[in-house]
Design a protein around this ligand. Structure first.
Ligand SMILES: C[C@@H](O)C(=O)SC[C@H](NC(=O)CC[C@H](N)C(=O)O)C(=O)NCC(=O)O
Ligand code: NI
Length: 138
């Protein structure tokens, strides 16, 4: 048995792809289904293609994707959580839980799906991150 992917329904596929690209994922493949009026887009971190993917389902006819409290989050390990959060902030993404502890942060996709970012080990939040002048303002 092998884990393949997690599927999330998205209202704006391009915005969602851009969000995941900011974290480091890339589009792997996509399928249009004319009869079903939907598109499936598979994304993965480099080297994780076919191993741990996220499947974006875009239904061409608008739907309300509210609720879904039973779904928690997707989690990714990143090389530098401060640099990742700064890149997301610079692109206008809200950091819902800033990485004050140098270890964990939470952001949301354009449809509000929660994404956890984890830093391998812990970065010292007191260390001056040259690439993140406003790290201390969170
Ligand atoms: C390709 C494989 O990984 C799939 O997940 S296809 C599953 C299939 N998806 C759809 O029909 C997409 C459109 C549909 N309107 C939807 O929003 O799901 C499917 O069976 N989906 C049902 C489900 O509960 O996932
Ligand atoms: Ni699927």
């Amino acid at each position: 048995m092998k884990y393949l992917h997690t599927m999330i329904r998205v209202s704006d596929p391009q915005a969602t792809i851009r969000f995941f690209e900011l974290i480091g994922l890339k589009e792997v493949r996509r399928f249009d289904n004319e009869g079903g009026r939907f598109t499936l887009i598979f994304l993965a971190a480099p080297g994780q293609e076919g191993v741990a993917e996220v499947e974006l389902t875009h239904n061409w006819d608008p739907e309300d994707y509210g609720g879904g409290r039973n779904f928690g989050h997707l989690a990714y390990r990143v090389d530098n959580i401060y640099e990742t959060c700064q890149r997301l902030m610079d692109a206008g993404v809200t950091i819902n839980r800033p990485p004050r502890d140098g270890h964990m942060a939470f952001v949301k996709t354009p449809d509000g799906i929660s994404v956890e970012l984890l830093q391998d080990g812990r970065l010292d939040p007191a260390k001056p991150w040259a690439s993140m002048p406003n790290v201390g303002t969170w």
